[in-house]
Design a protein around this ligand. Structure first.
Ligand code: ADP
Length: 436
């Protein structure tokens, strides 16, 4: 690379000539020459510097508008022109990539909104405009909660737990049901992805209604049949053992069907989002005292049952639902623990969170089954579940109830050693006593 024009080289050359002039003529001529040469050099540079400054002041400087330069300045301008051309090329490539990205996100069937760290809209695609009624010109910079006004969404946004999507009915279009998922990325920014699940939701409601209606219709005939079986089995006229056995079997199976119908009805009531959770103060200690008694009678002395009440914390929620969830866990522990085993019910305050645990030293569950236990009709051992009067819906009911109370179930188990089922309730549902 050559040096800058008028750099050290020129100064050395001028000094050498001036030195020679001094030797040949005298110092005055040498100094005169030196001053004139330096003045000309400065004028030369000033001319090109002014041209460069003028070019830099153009609003959009382009390589074609660059001034012509001679000598070393010609090289400088040529290098600048090359730099400009490269820059404009990468700018074009970037614009093309951006345009491709914009077209791809516009073609997405999901709505995409980019939110900044304060949850204000930075950008959105056309589908999101439709879903949320966003006007890109008007609403960029607005808070997303201004457009999605459902309180559950505001809560979802502040919890910072975005592992599960949130279903909301968009109030601007009554018929639109959206599944919303927040994805944090970059520097505290978030992507809000919206999916239209109106049709899926309609099918789900149909399924729920169908199961609820069938269960409801089966309830009365089953009660009648069950009643007759009971009366008949109490009759003394039935002599043959075979008939007695058949009657007892029919009676057991009818009871099983009744339990199934009741559990299905409970599940559809819980699934119905119109049924709001009651927000009553539930005295968990009282509920657990009752469940302890129930457990004793269910076990009929076959197990050793303990009750550990470490706190008198109450819970905000539905008394019936909480009782039903706890009762399912207790009855499972007894049903899946061999005679002579131990079952412990405990209630504790874990840093403000209420935790109900049922621990047993029963048959235990293989790790592979644990993630699926809360699915409807999922059983590790079908015959054992049936033998002990299970419907396969107990843990599904527990899961729904806990979800409705923003709680979650933690299961730890080891085959042959026993299991522990813990229901963790959020702090906001705790009602702490003064003396707690
Ligand atoms: P079920 O009516 O069959 O008991 P649940 O939904 O209550 O249905 O439980 C699902 C399955 O989880 C059960 O079939 C059983 O295999 C397993 N399970 C539940 N609780 C326990 C427990 N305490 N110990 C061992 N297995 C359990």
């Amino acid at each position: 690379m050559s040096g800058f024009p008028g750099g050290l080289g020129v100064v050395i050359l001028l000094t050498a000539i001036a030195g020679s002039l001094w030797i040949i003529f005298d110092i005055v001529i040498a100094l005169l020459f030196y001053c004139i040469a330096l003045l000309l050099t400065i004028i030369y540079h000033l001319r090109y510097l002014t041209a460069l400054d003028r070019w830099l002041q153009i609003p959009v400087p382009t390589s074609t508008a660059l001034p012509e330069g001679s000598g070393a300045w010609g090289d400088v301008f040529a290098r600048l022109a090359r730099l400009m051309r490269n820059q404009s090329q990468s700018h074009q490539q970037l614009s093309l990539a951006l345009e491709r990205l914009r077209r791809a996100t516009s073609a997405m069937p999901e709505g995409v909104v980019i939110l900044d760290e304060t949850d204000r809209i930075e950008w959105c695609n056309p589908v999101a405009e439709q879903h949320f009624g966003i006007d890109s010109n008007r609403d960029v910079g607005r808070l997303i909660t201004f457009l999605v006004r459902q309180p559950q969404f505001a809560e979802y946004l502040t919890t910072h737990n975005y592992s599960e999507p949130l279903t909301v009915k968009q109030t601007r279009h009554q018929e639109l049901v959206l599944s919303l998922q927040l994805v944090p990325y970059g520097d505290k920014q978030k992507l809000l992805i919206s999916r239209d699940i109106t049709r899926l939701e309609a099918v789900e409601i149909m399924r729920r209604d169908f199961v609820a209606n069938v269960s409801h219709e089966l309830r009365t005939p089953l009660t009648v049949i069950g009643g007759f079986f009971e009366t008949l089995s109490e009759e003394n006229g039935i002599s043959s053992d075979m008939s007695k056995r058949a009657l007892s079997l029919m009676s057991d199976q009818t009871k099983r069907m009744q339990r199934l119908v009741e559990d299905l009805l409970t599940l559809s009531r819980l699934e119905n989002t119109q049924n709001q959770v009651l927000e009553k103060s539930v005295n968990v200690s009282d509920v657990l005292h009752e469940l302890y008694q129930e457990a004793q009678s269910l076990s009929a002395g076959r197990h050793h049952i303990n009750l550990n009440l470490e706190t008198d914390m109450k819970l905000l929620g539905s008394p019936d639902e909480l009782r039903s969830a706890f009762s399912n866990l207790v009855s499972n522990a007894i049903r899946y623990t061999a005679d002579g085993g131990e079952v412990t019910l405990s209630w504790r305050n874990q840093n403000g969170q209420g935790v109900f645990t049922v621990q047993d030293n029963g048959i235990g569950i293989d790790q592979a089954h644990i993630p699926r236990l809360e699915e409807r009709f999922y059983r590790v051992d079908l015959s054992r579940s049936r033998e002990t009067g299970g419907t396969g819906l107990g843990l599904a009911i527990v899961k729904h109830i806990l979800n409705r109370h923003q709680a979650h179930l933690e299961i730890t188990s080891e085959i042959g050693k026993g299991s522990s089922f813990s229901a963790w309730f959020p702090e906001k549902r705790s009602v702490i006593q003064q003396n707690d």
